[in-house]
Write a protein that binds this ligand. Structure first.
Ligand SMILES: Cc1cc2nc3c(=O)[nH]c(=O)nc-3n(C[C@H](O)[C@H](O)[C@H](O)COP(=O)(O)O)c2cc1C
Length: 367
């Protein structure tokens, strides 16, 4: 179905077609039974492949990456498409418009996107109202960021506000310090800044857990544009502060193999197929440092079960997709989960986690 209407959607500017798709879905969801019908074709055809990570039981290991549903407005259809969970946001404490349009560009020949959205979002209060009004249909991660006009020295304040606001509604909170579209944000990945930020957030998490009697895990989302020394430093700090997970990776400011595409000259973060190898390399190096003590959520250029398996055997415990969902439509979720289920069956293992562990052993021996 999606593949039929895709030429029309791709004929429109990228952001317009995004808006149009969700407006149409909104209309369809006013028809009684629409959600059930879509679930029937997508979520029900997605095999159960449960896995427990960060103390949460995910029905399958394929989630939606942050940035598609920034304002918690489309959870029901996205959940009906079969995702194991949804990561919403990035949401900032105060609403902000993001960068001027055009700010989203396609490179169809490479199944890639370049975006410089700049955390356009309704702010945490309206976001949480949306979440409550629509109701959580599945496990939800809430991805938090800082406002553009908050000076970097006060960034921790914004993340604290975000954590406090999201705490009771989220199944986990993702701390985004890796968007290339907020000036200076990635400086928070530097050792000294990161040490302080992680300490502050963990202290607040402990306080919130005590107050509310509920522990909500926090994950750190990092950029793919980090060298081996930076990865080692990030891993050390994540272990030191007992962060609950690392999400690798956000979009890249590099343009691998895209020299001949004029759109590659647009400022912003690149996602999709050309990001795949860089993201996998970061996961592999992170895993070598973390040794399974802190789970990794792998994201970047996953288009099929082979790509997902590559991320998992490189060290990821879960995977997320964004760009391939835009290019291939909702059916991609069940295709990936089905492909992973086949691998579990072929491995002769009892479950997904055991099959991944066995796959990692094999990959290590081969390399
Ligand atoms: C248009 C667009 C907007 C995005 N917005 C966010 C965001 O707000 N927060 C975030 O953490 N990541 C954001 N991302 C990054 C994705 O979550 C993901 O890390 C990245 O796209 C790599 O995955 P992919 O290759 O499957 O798209 C965005 C990506 C795209 C394409």
């Amino acid at each position: 179905m999606y593949r039929l209407i895709r030429p029309l959607l791709f004929w429109l500017p990228a952001e317009t077609s995004h808006r149009l798709t969700f407006a149409l879905l909104g209309l369809i969801y006013h028809v009684p039974g629409a959600s059930r019908l879509i679930r029937h074709f997508y979520a029900r055809c997605t095999p159960a492949l449960p896995v427990t990570v960060m103390g949460l039981r995910f029905p399958n290991p394929v989630g939606l990456a942050a940035g598609l549903d920034k304002n918690a407005q489309h959870m029901q259809p996205l959940s009906d498409f079969g995702f194991g969970w949804l990561e919403l946001g990035t949401v900032t404490p105060r609403p902000q418009p993001g960068n001027p349009a055009p700010r989203l560009f396609r490179i169809p020949a490479r199944h890639a996107l370049i975006n410089r959205m700049g955390f356009n979002n309704v702010g945490s209060e309206a976001f949480l109202n949306n979440l409550v009004r629509h109701g959580k249909p599945c496990l939800i991660g809430i991805n938090i960021g800082k406002n553009k006009d908050t000076p970097l020295e006060q960034a921790a304040e914004d993340y604290l506000k975000g954590l406090r606001a999201a705490y009771l509604s989220a199944d986990y909170v993702a701390v985004n310090i890796s968007s290339p579209n907020t000036a200076g944000l990635r400086d928070l990945q530097n050792e000294e800044n990161l040490d302080e930020l992680l300490r502050t957030l963990k202290a607040e998490q402990a306080l919130l857990a005590k107050t509310h009697g509920r522990y909500v895990p926090i994950a750190l989302k990092i950029a793919p544009d980090v060298d081996a020394a930076q990865i080692a430093a990030i891993a050390e700090l994540v272990l030191k502060h007992k962060f609950d997970a690392v999400i690798a990776a956000n979009t890249t400011i590099t343009r691998p193999g895209l020299e001949k595409f004029s759109v590659a000259g647009e400022t912003g973060g690149l996602s999709g197929r050309p990001l795949k190898d860089a993201s996998t390399a970061v996961i592999r190096q992170l895993y070598a440092r973390l040794q399974g003590k802190v789970p990794i959520i792998g994201v970047g250029g996953i288009e099929n079960a082979d790509d997902a398996w590559e991320k998992l055997t490189a060290g990821a415990d879960l995977v997320q997709i964004y760009t391939a969902f835009i290019y291939d439509g909702p059916v991609i979720v069940q295709e990936i989960v089905r492909g992973l289920e086949e691998r579990v069956q072929m491995s002769g293992c009892r479950d997904f986690a055991e099959a991944v562990a066995k796959g990692r052993g094999r990959t290590k021996k081969q390399t």
